[in-house]
Design a protein around this ligand. Structure first.
Ligand code: NAP
Length: 313
């Protein structure tokens, strides 16, 4: 698609339409700032891939992640936020207004709020890419239905692995939860339902070493016992990898300083190393990556962006 320049100059461009991005947009428009949200696919980010969210306050019976995402988008658009479905590929931050290069052209804004979120990490095993969508998956809420009535292994011991194992236990005949230690790091609230699910089996002290295929289809995952070093095959139709996230920050210029893992260095003010550029949600350094903390970041960033824009005049 040819690059087009769009003459409109927004007060704020928000990069990413997850909870941090739409919370920022809501607070920006309510403060009178013209606000453009750039989202590559659909609102919600990782939140939209979660079927049941029970830890975002105000929803006493929980809420589907996709629905919460759409509500957050509508909430911001009700006050005038504009969403454009474009992938941001680069930022040019030296001039004012800042130029945001996207898959459809160039957008302009005085301040930028970065809310690009994070993506699932891969195991890095041979054939992992080739098997993606053909036996290897990274999101139970998205792909679990393809394994209805089948046997799956979930890899990981954090909240994602625990939530995925629970989701899959409602669809699959058997779910193995494979963890490299003998204790989950997931929140305590996951433990009891997992232990009570008759079709969930914990496989402790085991790391995946490879995939076994037959006629191009996954047949098993090879596991190495972390104590003895011995390997064995665990027969399964699908492997769900839930071993953490990596921030989607590769498109950022060097001027936006990040830590070794790629997280944007920003403190509770959400200010980054570049004045007028703020970072919210899972892509920034922070002690707890949750929907509620991303949403809180958005409000803070909007307030700081408002002060920054006022300082320009
Ligand atoms: P996480 O908390 O970082 O956990 C990653 C898990 O994968 C850990 O158990 C880790 O083992 C294991 N692991 C890492 N690398 C591995 C490898 N190469 N091979 C095998 N296992 C490996 O990641 P997450 O569960 O994706 O959660 C990410 C963030 O999202 C967290 O802040 C989490 O709280 C949040 N989240 C929250 C919810 C919720 O509240 N309902 C749901 C999903 C995610 P070790 O334990 O040995 O390190």
């Amino acid at each position: 698609m040819p690059r087009k320049n769009n003459d409109a100059v927004y007060d704020v461009a928000v990069v990413g339409g997850g909870p941090g991005g739409y919370s920022a947009a809501l607070y920006c428009v309510r403060a009178g700032l013209s606000t453009l949200v750039l989202e590559q696919l659909s609102p919600g980010g990782q939140m939209a891939t979660t079927t049941q969210i029970d830890n975002y306050p105000g929803f006493d019976e929980g809420i589907d992640g996709m629905e919460l995402a759409e509500r957050m988008q509508r909430g911001a658009e009700r006050f005038g936020a504009v969403t454009a479905y474009e992938t941001v590929t680069a930022l040019e931050l030296d001039a004012m207004p800042r130029r945001i290069v996207t898959s459809r052209g160039v957008r302009q804004a005085r301040a930028v709020i970065l809310a690009p979120g994070a993506s699932p990490r891969q195991l890095g095993l041979p054939e992992e890419d080739k098997l993606r969508g053909r036996g290897v998956a990274y999101c139970a809420a998205c792909d679990g239905m393809f394994y209805r009535g089948k046997t799956v292994a979930v890899i990981g011991g954090g909240n994602s692995a625990a939530a995925d194992a629970l989701t899959l236990s409602k669809l699959c005949t058997r779910v193995y939860l494979v963890h490299r230690r003998d204790k989950l790091r997931a929140e305590h609230s996951y433990l009891q339902p997992l232990e009570q699910a008759e079709n969930v089996t914990f496989v402790w002290n085991s790391t995946p070493a490879g995939f076994v295929t037959e006629n191009g289809k996954l047949r098993a995952v090879t596991l190495t016992d972390t104590g003895s070093g011995q390997t064995r095959e665990l027969a399964c139709d699908g492997v769900f990898v839930a071993i953490g996230r990596k921030p989607d920050t590769e498109f950022l210029p060097e001027a936006i300083v990040r830590d070794d893992a790629g997280y944007i260095l920003a403190d509770e003010t959400t200010r980054t190393s570049v004045p007028g550029v703020f970072a919210v949600g899972d892509a920034r350094t922070k002690p707890l990556r949750q929907i509620v903390t991303a949403a809180a970041d958005g409000a803070v960033a909007a307030s700081c962006a408002q002060a920054y824009i006022a300082s320009l005049s």
